[in-house]
Design a protein around this ligand. Structure first.
Ligand SMILES: C[S@@+](CC[C@H](N)C(=O)[O-])C[C@H]1O[C@@H](n2cnc3c(N)ncnc32)[C@H](O)[C@@H]1O
Length: 271
């Protein structure tokens, strides 16, 4: 790693179009993949963890990769073409793991791994509207087969439910006020873009771009953006991330062979 790439990493950022796997060494040390084992990476993303697993299970091992994002899955599949293990890829939600194993004619697997949330590639793509960082349509779907976007959800969620979600999913301290601003605005005009939602959150918190930037400058470790928790909440709701996780935890015991292991990373960094 050198030059521009090194500088980006030092700032906690990633090169465009890629994702750095978190806790890779720890995941391998804890889950202990062995030669010849069957590993399911439920959240393929850029494939950083998959490559790590592949090296450990060798050419007799088998890798099954899932991602609900069809576009990123295709790219990962091309990148991972050279890994030695037998491999297959599925454009599926990990809540459908039982179906995937059945389709692969496997009676179970040795390792189930999931690295929850979104990849840097998804966050950096303004057209997805996942992050407050660049303006774009308030889409937020990781899977284009889903029919409800972030904008749709903001129009239909009752205030109480939105407020409760902001609190329960992201510990947003101003949950009531933000929900009120969103619902009141939605009655007048649809909220369809990232910048509209950012502005509403700033209003609800009594901030402007200028006062927020000043506040951020004076915070020792750089405060997170006032809209970060709202964006995270909406994304979790649009993609039913909690529903999928609940289902995965329910089915995992029957998907694992004797001696099987499961590892789940929950790294919710507001983006
Ligand atoms: C944090 S990234 C994974 C990064 C990956 N471990 C790597 O090293 O590149 C999460 C990925 O999981 C996918 N994802 C999130 N929830 C999912 C679910 N319920 N089922 C399948 N894929 C999911 C996202 O589309 C995204 O590509």
């Amino acid at each position: 790693m050198r030059g521009a790439s090194h500088k980006l990493r030092a700032k906690g950022k990633t090169d465009p179009g890629m994702h750095v796997p978190v806790l890779l060494e720890e995941v391998l040390a804890i889950l202990k993949p062995q030669l010849g084992e069957i590993v399911v990476d439920c959240t393929l993303g850029y494939g950083g963890h998959t490559v790590g697993f592949a090296k450990k299970i060798g050419s007799d091992g088998r890798l099954v990769g899932l991602d609900m994002d069809g576009g990123e899955l295709e790219k990962a599949q091309r990148r991972l073409g050279k890994i030695a293990a037998k491999k297959s890829f599925h454009h599926k939600n990990f809540s459908q793991l039982t179906e995937v194993l059945k389709a692969e004619q496997l009676d179970g697997c040795d390792i189930i791994f999931a690295d929850l949330g979104v990849s840097s590639m998804q966050v950096d793509n303004a057209a997805r509207g996942i992050s407050y960082k660049s303006d774009g349509p308030l889409d937020m779907r990781m899977d284009k087969r889903l029919t409800t976007t972030g904008a749709d959800l903001l129009m239909s969620l009752p205030k109480e439910e939105l407020s409760k979600s902001l609190w329960e999913l992201s510990d947003e301290p101003d949950h009531d006020r933000i929900a009120e601003w969103i619902v009141n605005q939605g009655r007048v005009n649809a909220i369809t873009t990232v910048s509209q939602l950012v502005q509403l959150v700033l209003n609800a918190k009594g901030l402007t771009e200028r006062t927020w930037k000043k506040k951020q400058k004076n915070t020792k470790f750089g405060a997170s953006h006032p809209a970060a928790r709202t964006f995270q909440t909406l994304r979790i709701l649009v993609n039913d991330e909690m529903g999928s996780l609940k289902k995965l935890l329910e089915i995992a015991p029957v998907c694992l062979r004797k001696g099987g292991r499961i590892g789940i990373i929950s790294f919710y960094k507001s983006c």
